[in-house]
Ligand binder design. Structure first.
Ligand SMILES: [Zn+2]
Ligand SMILES: [Zn+2]
Length: 388
């Protein structure tokens, strides 16, 4: 299935879950949906992601790919229910009863899942021991770290009935996984980021898009030659056109498309920095924050340093660390996620929550040098094409 070019349509990110270790009534576990035109790709799939999708404008039937940053439960526990929802999952039938869902329709394109070693074993074991059958196929590609033990999977189980054997084990080359997915309009690369377990940062890059056309520049020549206005469409594509009197018009050069960087949990995402340079949108975790005079639960003995030390020791970041990284890579926009359950995600309606989330955003903004947004569940951020 090939989608239309996305450069003429919108790219948006909908946060489905923004909590760290513990979910709360206002924050679900990690997941977000990237909308590329009419397609949807999920990044992480924490517990109850399917419920969050149902509460959002994201369409289950449009999900084509799922990217897992790491196999901590708060990022993957919701994957199997989402797969069952997307792939006509069924629990089988009584003996002798036909159920069309037990036949996998291989004419349907597979749902593609990407993740580190363990993703395939988690899916295969989870499906096997819950007797889950699918009507549509899926395939699992693993991004293998240099430190991964060998080329085997973490499971001796055979392929699931709906699992295609074309799942790749993608080796890390020169420190990155380049173009793990690529088509005519978009590509995905990834790199390891530092956390307490193997963890991946993903960079989604739109291919070059048509340049900005200045119609006034071309109109006199087009009118003089009585050329059809379709010439303008050809020029818009960056091509050249020769008119009847020999005048050659050259369309504007193509320009870079959008770049979106989605990080998993991290205390230092440096290895992804070269891929993420000048990203239009950086999504970075900010699990721990020191908020004296704002957060009533602040320990008296805590300082910015002790909170940062604690965050790093658990593999996480403070807002300041996120702000510094955003500045370092020239990110055009920074959105924070993966917050402690101490910080409710109802800041749009609850002034005391807003006070806290504003304080977190300000800590990051002081290092970043620009406005910072704190994500809340079901919030959507649009990524527009650069103006030049
Ligand atoms: Zn997490
Ligand atoms: Zn984690």
């Amino acid at each position: 299935m090939q989608r239309l070019p996305i450069h003429s349509s919108s790219i948006g990110v909908t946060f489905l879950g923004t909590a760290s270790a513990m979910p709360s009534s206002t924050r679900n576990h990690s997941a977000l949906a990237l909308r590329l035109g009419s397609d949807v790709w999920l990044f992480d799939c924490g517990e109850a992601t399917q419920h969050q999708i149902q509460k959002s404008t994201v369409k289950m039937g449009k999900i084509e790919k799922i990217f897992i940053t790491h196999t901590h439960g708060d990022h993957i526990f919701g994957l199997l229910p989402v797969l069952a929802g997307c792939l006509n999952g069924a629990g089988g039938t009584a003996e002798g009863v036909d159920d069309p869902r037990t036949q996998v329709n291989l004419d349907e394109p597979p749902l593609e899942i990407y993740g580190p070693l363990g993703t395939r074993a988690y899916i295969r074991n989870g499906l096997k021991f819950t007797h889950t059958l699918f009507g549509r196929p899926f395939v699992v590609h693993e991004l293998r770290f240099l430190s991964d033990p060998d080329t085997r999977d973490y499971t001796e189980l055979p392929l699931h009935a709906a699992e295609l054997p074309s799942g790749r084990n993608i080796p890390q080359i020169d420190g990155v996984w380049a173009d793990v997915y690529k088509d005519e309009v978009v590509s995905v690369s990834a790199a390891p980021i530092m956390h307490s377990v193997p963890c991946v940062g993903y960079v989604v890059t739109e291919g070059p898009v048509p340049g900005k056309i200045d119609a006034k520049k071309y109109l006199p020549d087009i009118k003089r030659n009585k050329a059809p206005m379709s010439v303008m469409r050809t020029l818009q594509e960056g091509k050249s056109v020769e008119l009847a009197d020999g005048t050659v018009l050259q369309g504007p050069p193509r320009r870079n498309g959008r770049k979106i960087t989605i990080l998993g949990d991290t205390y230092d995402p440096s290895p992804v920095a070269p891929l993420a340079q000048d990203t239009d949108l950086l999504i970075h975790e900010a699990t721990n924050a020191h908020l004296p005079n704002v957060d009533p639960h602040t320990k008296e003995t805590d300082t910015y340093e002790t909170v940062q030390d604690r965050a790093i020791s658990r593999g996480h970041s403070t807002p300041q660390m996120a702000g510094l990284f955003a500045k370092r890579i020239g990110a055009k926009r920074l959105v924070l996620n993966h917050f402690s359950s101490r910080y409710p995600g109802d800041d749009h309606v609850e002034p005391s929550s807003k006070l806290i989330m504003d304080a977190i955003a300000n800590l990051a903004a002081a290092e970043y040098g620009d406005l910072v947004l704190c994500a809340r569940d079901l919030m959507t951020v649009e990524v527009t094409l650069p103006t030049s």
